[in-house]
Design a protein around this ligand. Sequence first.
Ligand code: LLP
Length: 439
Amino acid sequence: MILYPHFDINSQGHLTIGGLDTVELAREFGTPVNILDENYIRAQMRLYIRCAKQSFGEAALPLFASKALCCAEIYRIAADEGMGIDCVSPGELYIASRTGFPSERIYFHGNNKTDRDIEQALDMGVGTFVVDNAEELQALSNASLARGMRARILLRITPGIDPHTHKAISTGGVDSKFGSAIHTGQAAQIVKAALDAPGVDLQGFHCHIGSQIFDAQPFVDAAAMMVKFMAEMISTHGIRLPELNLGGGLGVRYTKDQPELDIEGTMQTFADKVRALCTSHGIPMPRVILEPGRSLVAAAGVTLYSVGSVKEIPGFKNYVSVDGGMADNPRYALYQSPYTALIANKADLPADFCATLAGRCCESGDLLGEGMMLQRPVRGDVLAMLVTGAYQHSMASNYNKLLRPPLVMVKDGQARVVVRRETFEDLMALDVEDPVYSR
Ligand code: LLP
């Protein structure tokens, strides 16, 4: 086993995922390719649902934060497993709707929903809007009133908690672009505005403090702020607030020095704290919603590349270049995210070659990792990056007009393509053949 039980090494010394040989998968589907273990994703979804209900009560619902991995098949899987989903854009809503995802289990997020987004979501019958700001609140209230209805909403609140993660993925601070802060009094103001807006039905609050968090304390601190705020609003306005969405953000093990979080234990401890907080503030335990993204899908993935050049610069560093890079995975370039990589066709050999893993974009910042210990690579080897199921496919671009890799799912010894590889024709699909100026 390497990091997770579904990654292993077979008798040929090749890396396997879900029992399938990655070197054969690379041969069959080409490189670069993203492979996902479907059984792992389904097991994580079941685990979250079971633990949420066990610890917070039957009404609890985990939503898959679909920004982590968005494609039609993942929505079908999430629907099949009984998850809700968090969508952040009209594009995510569109794909979810095309797959027939039950609209009442969709929570529509985003800090700047346009009027058109709001209309689209109302047309779809989206279950809950997570309202970010005062302008959105008014626009949504007007749009739903015009349809003679009231939209079910949660208000996004910033609890003012620093989760000690990378600043680009930290969202719960007072100065965040998301939501309304408790500390500045703006959260209380937007609650008042929501209660006065005739086209919305305020059901409770939402917070999300950040991503890739290993320490339970920031979650508990945020919950404490949220429960206290809920109690204040309930007593000030004499209202019911039945729902509390505590966001996502659980950390995932990318390298052997990171821990693997015990989801069941963490959730139970967390639920006990939330229950105690509600009791001490004298409010009933709300229906708790959770929004995991990364911890459902990240570890399901491996990305396979082909090694091109191995450039040793004596006294400096060794570049190993692969046929992908920041276009299919911008996470190292953006956040210096650590990964585990290995040479899939030599996985049983010692990893004694220190590599700077480079992509093929025309940019020196196009790296996938630095100081990575690999088996000594040569051109044609298959390089595997582990734990690439979250925020990789969904963040990929066509920079340098590189083709986005396919997504292949494996399950019970079989493999199927769920998103095909892009083609050169796809790259030109949006170009207008003979553009003319109309005036
Ligand atoms: N809920 C909300 C409102 C969020 O903004 C996010 C993530 C989640 C839930 C899910 O968080 P998770 O359980 O996946 O940590 N691109 C970055 C991560 C950005 C996270 C954005 N929000 C990365 O590649 O690390």
